[in-house]
Write a protein that binds this ligand. Structure first.
Ligand SMILES: C[S@@+](CC[C@H](N)C(=O)[O-])C[C@H]1O[C@@H](n2cnc3c(N)ncnc32)[C@H](O)[C@@H]1O
Length: 336
């Protein structure tokens, strides 16, 4: 297939390939081509500052891009290979059922072969501690979990072994950012490496976004991400959000992305919300229970002398066979 491409001298291909991947410009449906002197990287559009030319490329077949087809596992187990896994920058993070654990490295190798942009694959052995970091075991490639993840054109330094980051929340972060009005004071109580806060600072025009996290490593990465994305309205703060909120000005918007226990912080957050302000609360519960949780929050607010309106309550993603992660937009609409 004829495609636009970037020609680089052999030996210099890897850094250019990485640059193109970061910009989302490498055409992964086509094979990279080579001759004696050069490597030809097919691109979706002409990258700024790079010369391009046209050339014929071989298309990757579906099988070549599907790790499930490539994985060297016993045929009887192939159906157990997960359909979904996370990609953070140039690493893949996958959970495997018990039966596939002895074949984890074959699965890792298949992930890398199916997606040439990937440098490493990790087995996700679960979430650890109150910082919600991942216990990761390398199953292919380099044992280095730090990477740069691109989300809606923003770049986030992440390291899931040191600080929480969930690439599946990209759409939700963008949705929340689109709601922020100019000049708002926003408090992100459980900010991690800063994706909500930085997305808001970049896509909206807040007055200030206070971004709190208990995990010092998350705040360190957040500071780097603030610099990387050149935002000047995000204030990273390390410590317990329950204490910080009382040292900060009242907010027009509070983000509470700590789905296992955000409701325990509800009353404190509500007292620090301006009238007319919105709370974005994330919560994990059995699918049949969410409406009851919302009703309880409204009653709790009423008990504190204020009116709370549920603007929106939505299932974001499944968490287990019976439970899901929900998001709620709650408006502090007046005094009772
Ligand atoms: C589910 S993560 C959310 C991170 C971020 N909002 C995101 O979308 O990537 C929850 C974060 O809350 C932090 N955390 C837990 N308890 C906290 C507390 N009491 N005060 C501030 N941060 C806390 C954890 O370290 C973790 O980074």
């Amino acid at each position: 297939m004829r495609s636009l491409c970037v020609r680089v001298r052999r030996g210099e291909g890897e850094s250019v390939r990485k640059k193109l991947l970061e910009k989302g410009l490498l055409d992964r449906a086509l094979h990279v081509d080579r001759d004696d002197d050069h490597i030809y990287l097919p691109v979706l559009a002409a990258p700024e500052g790079m010369e391009t030319e046209e050339r014929d490329f071989k298309e990757r077949t579906r099988g070549e891009r599907d790790y499930k087809v490539l994985a060297d596992v016993p045929e009887g187990l192939r159906a157990l290979l997960p359909t979904s896994f996370d990609i953070l920058g140039d690493i893949a993070v996958i959970r495997l059922p018990e039966e596939l654990l002895p074949h984890a490295s074959q699965v890792g190798e298949a992930l890398l072969r199916a997606s040439p942009r990937l440098r490493s694959a990790f087995l996700d052995r679960g979430v650890v501690g109150e910082f919600r970091v991942l216990d990761l075991e390398v199953i292919a490639g380099e044992d280095a979990s730090a990477t740069v993840h691109v989300e809606h054109g923003l770049r986030f330094k992440v390291d899931p072994r040191r600080a929480y980051f969930n690439p599946r929340l990209a759409t939700e972060r963008r949705r929340v950012a689109a709601l922020v009005k100019p000049g708002e004071t926003v408090v992100d109580m459980f900010a991690g490496v800063g994706p909500f806060a930085i997305m808001i600072a970049k896509l909206a025009r807040p007055g200030v976004v206070y971004a709190i996290d208990l995990n010092p490593a998350a705040v360190e990465l957040m500071r780097e991400n603030v610099a990387l994305n050149k935002v000047d309205t995000v204030v990273p703060l390390q410590g317990d959000a329950r204490q910080w909120v009382f040292d900060l000005p009242c907010a027009d918007r509070v983000i509470m992305n700590l789905p296992h226990s955000a409701v325990d912080f509800f009353a404190d957050a509500l007292t620090r919300l301006n009238l007319g302000g919105t709370m974005h609360l994330y919560h994990i519960c059995d699918r049949g229970d969410f409406q009851g949780v919302l009703d309880d929050l409204v009653l709790k607010a009423n008990g504190m002398g204020v009116r709370l309106e549920v603007l929106r309550g939505e299932e974001l993603r499944t968490y287990s066979p019976t439970a899901s992660v929900f998001s709620a937009d709650l408006l502090l609409s007046g005094w009772l």
